[in-house]
Design a protein around this ligand. Structure first.
Ligand code: SF4
Length: 71
């Protein structure tokens, strides 16, 4: 893996591994109800994980990588 790609990875407490910003955004878009949950199957295959959206709803807003504005 190149150094440039390493810099783009996030240490994700939800999945306990490094993920890219796009995966983080998609997980939160599902958690917030913007897009359908089935888009997560691509991320689950890519990172070989199962994504628990109810857990994401509690973990992600407290994460330093949370991609959305917090009220
Ligand atoms: S906001 Fe959620 S999906 Fe994104 S890195 Fe943090 S825990 Fe992972």
């Amino acid at each position: 893996m190149s150094k440039d790609i390493d810099h783009m990875l996030l240490s994700c407490p939800l999945l306990d591994r490094q993920i890219d910003e796009g995966a983080c955004y998609d997980i939160n878009a599902v958690a917030d109800g913007w897009v359908k949950e089935r888009i997560l199957s691509i991320i689950e295959q890519q990172f070989k994980v199962l994504i628990d959206i109810s857990k994401a709803k509690s973990v992600c807003p407290k994460c330093i990588h949370y991609p959305f504005e917090v009220d």
